[in-house]
Design a protein around this ligand. Structure first.
Ligand SMILES: C[S@@+](CC[C@H](N)C(=O)[O-])C[C@H]1O[C@@H](n2cnc3c(N)ncnc32)[C@H](O)[C@@H]1O
Length: 316
């Protein structure tokens, strides 16, 4: 299958596919969770490595992703498909009747179909309704939030989640525009940002940072990741693997700190007479952070900012 075929068959070219699945599946008869099904690039590869005893729970917030998973795996008894947030992974695992799992995979961010379909409102390059919800069944749209939030909240979101230096100017322009005509489309927001940003960054569209920030806010992305990481450690059995692919520094910082803290173990006063072996540790880091090969970046530009971290649950 050529790369073009791969992309058109699934609508999403999977990042770090073989690297992630090789790090995840240590036991072909084990039970695994793909928290971010998307279009199932990782899920398909995981299943290819599992025997008939193996089990895979796939989760996604997005109804289109779910429909794809249900259709694709209808005849595969090893697979359970759940619509919901990975922030509730412990409940999802329990409801599937698993007492523990051997691996949890998170491939964060948006999928190509989410970006490509103008009606989802994720892309500053396509005109569509200002939605940006990954889960189309609930929650506030980006338009609803931007048309009602306090100016200070908008500034905070643009600064913290988008690292946007012109957050104040953009927020002020949003608040001023909505008094006469509420924002409803992506192109209205793009034009507004374009006018509000005085200096453009080289090789970066002026709306990039704001769109990232608003998307993170609307989908509660960082809190969901935090909750998922905490619960993953609870549901993993000893020797089980946690594999996370991040796409920007906010995500990666969170994942890196989480894994590092649990690998270091409980913080104890420095002069306590205790041997290293007596420190209670929950995770062991597996290898260094992995980035995509040059060949993958050439083939799939979306992979260029990806970074994968792997940790293993230690016996308690
Ligand atoms: C980068 S895509 C995953 C692509 C997938 N690995 C593949 O190969 O096709 C990320 C997916 O995670 C989903 N997602 C993001 N946050 C989520 C959350 N909190 N709970 C469940 N799914 C989430 C998105 O809807 C999207 O479909």
């Amino acid at each position: 299958m050529t790369n073009e075929d791969q992309l058109s068959a699934s609508g999403h070219e999977t990042v770090l596919k073989s690297e992630a699945v090789a790090a995840l599946v240590m036991n072909p008869m084990g039970t695994f969770v793909d928290c971010t099904y998307g279009r199932g690039g990782h899920a398909g590869e995981i299943l290819a490595r599992l025997t008939s005893e193996g089990r895979l729970l796939v989760i996604d917030k997005d109804l289109d992703a779910l429909a794809d998973a249900r259709q694709r795996f209808a005849a595969d008894e090893r697979v359970s498909v759940v619509h919901g947030s990975f922030a509730d992974i412990a409940d999802h695992v329990k409801q599937c009747g698993y007492t523990g799992v051997d691996g949890v995979l998170l491939d964060l961010g948006v999928s190509s179909p989410q970006l490509d379909e103008a009606c989802r409102g994720f892309s500053f390059g396509k005109d569509g309704p200002l939605d940006m919800r990954m889960d189309q069944s609930k929650g506030m749209t980006a338009a609803e939030w931007l048309n009602s939030a306090d100016e200070a909240d908008i500034i905070h979101v643009l600064r913290v989640y988008g690292e946007e230096r012109f957050a104040r100017r953009i927020a002020s322009a949003i608040v001023s525009q909505r008094t006469t005509r509420p924002l409803s489309t992506t192109s209205e927001l793009v034009e507004l940002i374009d006018r509000a940003v005085p200096r453009k960054e080289k090789h970066k569209h002026p709306a990039t940072r704001s769109f990232q920030a608003i998307r993170i806010k609307i989908n509660n992305e960082l809190d969901d990741i935090e909750a998922c990481l905490q619960q993953s450690v609870q549901v993993l059995q000893a020797g089980g693997r946690l594999v996370v692919i991040s796409f920007h520094s906010l995500e990666d910082r969170l994942v890196k700190r989480f894994m590092r803290d649990l690998a270091r173990g409980e913080a104890l006063p420095s002069r306590l007479p205790i041997r290293d072996a007596e420190i209670k540790r929950t995770l062991k880091l597996v290898g260094k952070a992995v980035k995509p090969s040059e060949e993958e970046v050439q083939r799939n530009r979306r992979s260029r900012s990806s970074i994968m971290r792997v940790a293993e649950k230690l016996a308690s």
